[in-house]
Each structure stands twice: as C-alpha cells, then as structure tokens.
Design a protein around this ligand. Structure first.
Ligand code: ADP
Ligand code: MG
Ligand code: ZN
Length: 242
C-alpha cells in the first residue's frame, strides 16, 4: 500500500528518489526515510488488517456522540482530549491511556477518538478487540496462516499506538495470560504506548486492581507503569437509557 497522501516539495518519485540530470543517476531525497517509515507502517496495518467500524469514524467534539460524552463525563473527556492533542509526544514517550467503567458510557468512543487523532498526526495505529487479537494469534499457528504469528507480534510490538478494546474480557487461561504478557511487555520494553478500555459491572464499586485477576499481575503492573492513572466512566448504559 502506498502513501497516497504523501506530498514532497522536491518532486521525488514514489520511492523517495530524485534524478540528477548531470550525473544521470538517482539519489535519495530527504523525505525517503520518512516515506519508508510510513510505508512499513501501512504495510503492517495491511498485513494484520484494520478495524474501524463506521460508528467510530469522523468523531468530532461538536457532534454526538463526543459532545454528549463531554457533557456527561466532562473531566475524563477533557483529559482524553488533552492526551489526544499531544498524542505524538505521548506515544513516543510510551504514555498510555486506560478508560475503565460501566458499559455504554463512551469508553470505546473516546479510545477511537484517540486512535483517529493519532492517525491524523501521522502515527501508525492498530485497533483490536483483545479477544479478537488472541483468536487471530491462535489461528496464526495453523500452517500457511495469514497473517503469520510473526507478523501479528511484529505489528503489535512496533505500531506507534496500540488500541486494545475490552482487555478484561478474554477468559484467562495460561496461554491467554502468556500472550497478553508478551504483547504488553514487548511494548513496555520498546517504550510504546497502549490505549485500552475495560468494562466493570454496573452498580459495583470500581477497583482498578481487579483487572489483575483477568490479565495477570505481571501484565497489570506493566500496564500501570504505562499510564498515569485510569480514567473512570461510570453511570447507566447510554444505549439502554436512550
Ligand atoms: N453521552 C453520549 N451521548 C451520545 N451517545 C453516546 C453517549 N455515550 C455513549 N454513546 C453511544 O453509545 C454507544 C456505546 O458507546 P461506547 O463508546 O461503545 O461505550 P462503552 O465502550 O463504554 O461501552 C455508542 O454508540 C456511542 O456512540
Ligand atoms: Mg467498549
Ligand atoms: Zn522527497
């Protein structure tokens, strides 16, 4: 996949080369490295697939659902908006974001907003439902599977921003815990950020530490080192309330 939106003022070719008429030879343009970087990211996204359902596209604070979420969850929405405003810096410094709370409060919408802003800023982003990602990994063990296990692990390790949905949903067996640890730990070691969401049952007090029961202590502690603090979103399910 080529970067169709890549505009270089030097008029180099799609591979970032210029042609010197005098020596009759090609030489690399100053943009070549950036071109290659972007291409490897889009290849990576293409190899493992993208995931952006229509309801989470073109999010804008002046419209629903973001405007409604900002009204109901002003502090969290403001913090997410600030995080997204500095997403390049946050991602490059390995600072993540955790949205946790009740179902239907807008967590996923806010996480997609961060992913959208990251893409707009030129970062590569992978969004995955955590259960789907684990299923893809399991399927990749089959002979001739596409994407390969290696492609998936490479993509989730190296993508600028990893967005994981519903991290507490997969049933934690040894294999699941090990995969989650591998993914989170690799990102941690590469100083790369994860933006993630998790649901807690409505009406129960929210205790972030219970995530450790789902994903394992070691993975939980790595994630905690990535974020400053979790952002809470509590209340009735918007889908049921409306
Ligand atoms: N305050 C709100 N105003 C308008 N729509 C909302 C609001 N909160 C959530 N929604 C809508 O409700 C649905 C569920 O939101 P979602 O972000 O998936 O919640 P969660 O991830 O917390 O379960 C989405 O369709 C979203 O657009
Ligand atoms: Mg959700
Ligand atoms: Zn160029």
């Amino acid at each position: 996949m080529f970067d169709d939106d890549f505009d270089c003022p030097h008029g180099c070719d799609a591979n970032g080369f210029l042609f010197d008429e005098v020596t009759r030879s090609a030489y690399p343009c100053t943009c070549r490295e950036e071109r290659l970087r972007r291409r490897s990211h889009s290849d990576m996204e293409a190899s493992v697939g993208r995931y952006a359902p229509p309801r989470f596209q073109d999010l804008d604070w002046s419209r629903l659902p973001l405007s409604g979420i900002a009204e109901r969850h002003t502090a969290t929405a403001g913090a997410v908006r600030r995080y997204a405003g500095r997403v390049v810096q946050n991602a490059s410094e390995g600072r993540g974001l955790w949205l946790l709370g009740n179902k239907g409060t807008g967590k996923t919408t806010l996480a997609y907003y961060v992913a959208q802003e990251a893409r707009a800023a030129g970062l590569s982003v992978l969004t995955r439902n955590t259960t789907d990602l684990l299923n893809e990994l399991r399927d990749s063990y089959k002979p001739d599977a596409q994407p390969t296990t290696r492609q998936i692990i490479d993509a989730v390790t190296h993508v600028d921003l990893l967005h994981l949905e519903d991290v507490s949903v997969p049933r934690p067996n040894d294999w699941v815990l090990e995969q989650l640890y591998t993914i989170v730990n690799r990102r941690y070691e590469h100083n790369k950020a994860i933006v993630f969401t998790s649901d807690t049952p409505y009406g129960e007090g929210i205790n972030p530490d219970t995530l450790a029961d789902h994903i394992g202590e070691r993975t939980y502690s790595r994630l905690m080192q990535m974020i400053e603090q979790p952002f809470f979103m509590t209340g009735a399910d918007f889908r049921l309330a409306s």
